[in-house]
Design a protein around this ligand. Structure first.
Ligand SMILES: NC(=O)c1ccc[n+]([C@@H]2O[C@H](COP(=O)([O-])OP(=O)(O)OC[C@H]3O[C@@H](n4cnc5c(N)ncnc54)[C@H](OP(=O)(O)O)[C@@H]3O)[C@@H](O)[C@H]2O)c1
Length: 320
């Protein structure tokens, strides 16, 4: 596996990261642990979780902490803060109060003394960015977090965070975690030009658009019973989804011509985009993980990428 720097940071990370958003909900605890071990065995060295993932909230971190107990120092551990952890007014967000409380709660759940990448799960319009950035810097100086990053920040919000860090003499944001896939290219308008210019790592979430880019959903058919969309009452026969299936059929023809699965094609496309550090995959099964890993063997040509642009134009968004 070819490791790369995380943006301007010196730490080396794998070109795919393992996500844990559905641990202990759609993925049983022991299956989650097996996914982590299989991913690490294959060379993935980053596990991405969040304080708010799972039921009960925080339990995904507990599963991760247990699974990596014996190999902690081979893992770059990424987690997040923002989403509500309780019903109180200070049980959410990116205030100094909430971050200080939650970073320690995450450290306990993860059973570790440091978080390698601490990410703001969302921008918080109710907290001054100076307060959040100073708190992250304090934690970094204490060694409780090594690097910090963002998720779902708009281009201007990333610029504001970087500008604030520079103005106050703090460490910079090293990564942004946006939604990005062939079906959601919105970040190409404002976020990617900024991250590329300033060397911020980009770690896309939902790289297969939550499963759209796997071929499991078919026009005029119900979602498979074990799939993520099974209980969402989506009627794939309606005009709403016609653009999705038109695009999928064209993409499936391209991946078939290449002799790869649609999901591998979708991940390889992301890996071919300039400025992308590593898509965060979210396999539910070991078979899905093995399939996703196959994307690392595929290098799309400029002609193939141009053909994708004809199917789903740059900066467009079929799913949000
Ligand atoms: N920062 C944020 O706000 C945010 C938001 C979302 C996610 N994330 C992170 O990103 C990670 C990945 O997100 P995601 O799960 O949405 O990623 P994704 O890659 O877009 O979707 C994963 C889903 O695709 C399906 N899939 C994958 N490989 C497959 C294969 N070979 N064959 C058939 N189906 C396949 C599975 O769906 P089925 O379950 O239907 O089989 C799987 O659950 C999360 O775990 C989390 O760490 C972050």
């Amino acid at each position: 596996m070819e490791y790369r720097n995380l943006g301007t940071a010196g730490v080396k990370v794998s070109p795919l990261w393992l996500g844990t958003a559905y641990f202990n909900t759609r993925i049983a605890e022991e299956d989650g642990a097996a996914l982590i071990h299989a991913a690490l065995d294959a060379g993935i060295n980053v596990v991405d979780t969040a304080n708010a993932y799972s039921e009960p909230r925080g339990y995904a971190e507990t599963i991760v902490g247990k699974a990596i107990k014996d190999c902690r120092d081979n893992v770059v551990l990424a987690t997040k803060v923002f989403h509500p952890m309780g019903d109180g007014p200070n049980d959410r967000g990116t205030s100094r109060y909430h971050i200080m409380e939650q970073v320690h709660a995450s450290l306990r759940r993860l059973n570790t003394d440091r978080i390698d990448l601490y990410q703001l799960h969302r921008p918080d319009p109710e907290v001054p960015i100076e307060e959040t950035m100073r708190t992250l810097e304090d934690l970094r100086r204490q060694g409780k977090i090594l690097y910090f990053g963002t998720s779902k920040f708009a281009g201007w919000q990333l610029c504001e965070a970087m500008w604030t860090a520079d103005r106050l003499g703090l460490a910079p944001i090293v990564s942004e975690q946006p939604p990005y896939s062939i079906f959601n290219r919105a970040i190409e308008a404002e976020v990617l030009p900024f991250t590329r210019k300033y060397g911020i790592g980009v770690v896309p979430f939902s790289p297969l658009a939550g499963g759209w880019l796997t071929g499991k959903y078919r026009r005029d058919e119900a979602a498979p019973a074990d799939s993520r969309f099974a209980d969402r009452s989506m009627d794939f026969g309606t005009a709403t989804y016609a653009p999705h299936f038109d695009a999928l059929e064209a993409l499936e023809a391209m991946s078939a011509a290449r002799g790869v699965t649609l999901s591998q094609f979708g991940l390889a496309w992301l890996l071919a985009q300039p400025g992308i550090t590593a898509p965060i995959i979210g396999p539910r099964t070991l078979a899905q993980l093995q399939d996703n890993l196959g994307a690392l063997e595929i290098e799309l040509t400029a002609d193939e990428c141009a053909a994708v642009d004809d199917i789903v134009p740059p900066a467009s968004e079929l799913v949000s």
